[in-house]
Design a protein around this ligand. Structure first.
Ligand SMILES: [Zn+2]
Length: 118
């Protein structure tokens, strides 16, 4: 994906540190298995994501440099987990290769979602 966009920096798995966090929920509101981690609403306050002071995330960038992000622990649905890993990686690939596009897509509270890179 990233290579199709002519990005060249930070494309190796070894460039990344991935932290696995304990999930604060295992199922979404519809009862589907969807582990997520609760974080403060911050800029998502008042959006559809806001659960009352917190939101659930399936991944979160912790550091742009070095590249590090967090995903919730999964006991199944590993395809979803690999998607979440790829999605957080998108933010970091953009940060290191296309700062303008990074800024335009980093904050989902204003809309936009994953995948970013096609
Ligand atoms: Zn994202």
């Amino acid at each position: 994906m990233a290579r199709n966009n002519r990005y060249s920096r930070r494309l190796n798995f070894t460039d990344y540190t991935i932290y696995i966090g304990k999930a604060d929920r295992t199922n979404d509101g519809d009862g589907n298995y969807s582990p997520a981690i609760a974080i403060g609403s911050a800029q998502y306050a008042g959006t559809v994501f806001d659960k009352g002071g917190y939101i659930y995330v399936a991944g979160m960038v912790l550091s742009n440099e070095p590249c590090a992000f967090l995903v919730p622990e999964h006991s199944k649905n590993f395809n979803s987990l690999s998607d979440y890993v790829r999605y957080e990686g998108e933010h970091l690939v953009l940060y290191h290769n296309d700062r303008r596009r990074y800024s335009a897509t980093a904050d989902h509270s204003k809309g936009g979602s994953h995948p970013i890179l096609q």
